[in-house]
Design a protein around this ligand. Sequence first.
Ligand code: ZN
Length: 251
Amino acid sequence: MRILLLSDIHSNLEAFDACLAAAPPHDLVVNLGDTVGYGGNPNEVIARARELGKVFVRGNHDRAVSGLMDLEDFNPVAGLATLWTRDQLTRANLDWLRSLPQGPIRLDEFPGIQFVHGSALDEDEYMVSVRDAIEPLITNPVPVTFFGHTHLQGGFMLQGEISEAYRPGYRTIGRPESSDWPLRKDVRYLVNPGSVGQPRDGDWRAAFAIFDTDAWVVTFYRVPYNLRVAQEKILAAKLPPRLATRLATGR
Ligand code: ZN
């Protein structure tokens, strides 16, 4: 079976559409959270995400927009985007966001993997460095954890006492590309498919991944999308312009 892993779409419809168009055939879609926040199409992105399947983990933006979390921990730009998004969303979409489950999510048909937003220990934790990843790696009972939240495509592994970071290797910046990460059964992993709609790893292309549960291989993808249209929607909505400009640099 092949699982399409999406995370941190952040209301970016153009990036989301580009990922769906580029994704190879798959059997299941799992969304690791932050479907909304930052971008210009929150209702449209929720509608499309819900059409794709039922497996979701809630993100911090999903909680903030739907009133489950106060905005104290958000910077002013994220806070403004949250208030704007809350104002745009239909009541049905707000209710749906509020109903999303907290991770970790495990599925009976796929033993050995689980899904979280931040980490299995704390849904708001940012696993950016190996140091951040060590405790979740050591304490996880599950070999492979898929996570989001950092908007950095790649992951971490723990083999015996050794933990390391992993980043997919790409050659270009403007074209679609993919990169395979074959996993070993005796190694523990944390895997981030990257952010669909707000990449922050210096590559502006939309990110996602496919996990083949038979071959135990993660394939990371990066796809260009219609950046200008996504930026124009942010500016037309009078959202902070920084949310539009940073899309171009992937920072
Ligand atoms: Zn996010």
